[in-house]
Design a protein around this ligand. Sequence first.
Ligand code: SAH
Length: 346
Amino acid sequence: MMSLAEKLYREKTLPFEELKILVETEDDGVILYLRSRAEEIRDESYGRNVFLRALIEFTNWCKCDCLYCGIRCSNRHAERYRLSPDVILSAVEEGYKLGFRTVVLQGGEDPYFTDERLIPIIEEIRSSFDVRITLSLGERSRESYERLYNAGAGRYLLRHESITASHFARLHPPRQTLDGRIKALKDLKEIGYQVGCGFMVGSPFQTSDDITRDLLFIKEFTPHMVGIGPFIAQQDTPFASYPNGSASLTLKLLSIIRIMNPFLLLPATTALATVRGKGEIEGLGYGANVIMPNITPKEERRKYRIYDDKAYGGLEAAENVERLKWEVGRLGYSIPVDYGDSRVVN
Ligand code: SAH
């Protein structure tokens, strides 16, 4: 087992069957080895820096019906909201003052936000603040992605959710397909965005074969960023009674992903912090190097309930950034005022 971990470190990948053994192992010695190699690689690639992105959840209207997600269109209990351009702009301003140089505009797939409505918002942010803009708006046409890119958005987060078609199909209604998702990811990359993909850990029906395929897909696709976090049940979804994903498996997978992809930007996610107190700090010890504090106004933050008990007043909250700096500082990390550009080249 240890020799497999060492081989992963040397070769930055493994054949499917060998990688699956590491995905499944609970051996403490092997996990300790993986995390110290992951930390070492992260430090070599990016230094002991933690990059912050300010997350603005600007709409929870969604035309999709993902079975795991609390803002799915058939959830009649979701309290829907949209932030106005003014509110979005003042959130960006607040983030800028707190030292953030990247903002992430995330939302459901909300047909109200046409290109015509989004472009002025993107242009206004660009002309008023020295920040990078990341979008996370789900699947759109290639033409739309191009227009938003030309308006000034340079990064896009779109998790692939599962590279195993049969598993993807159990998480989504039939009109959402893995092919559509992969086409969107390829379009984004070809247009020139820095792209993030990713998946939930422990989503219903997920097997270690599925996870192993996800890891190999990430290696091959060479995204700039990868978001993983445990699945967390949401009471108003068909998956309400499924168990949450495991924090310790998520942490181990962060290390494996870091070892396989030295230059990746790898967030320790809010979902991880939700299942495990201070999970975002712990994630850094497994090779993560990004934290995405939330700067959505508090009233709406509560309504962006993609899963239950979502953390929203702790270290992941932008207003607590000073405490976050202190927490990471005592572990020897610093938080640069920086765009946090990816160093992945492809
Ligand atoms: N509409 C955007 C943003 C979706 S929310 C998009 O499609 O990209 C961002 C991510 O949250 C999703 O990609 C999904 O992986 C994750 N997520 C949704 N529901 C979740 C749940 N119940 N538990 C954990 N993560 C969840």
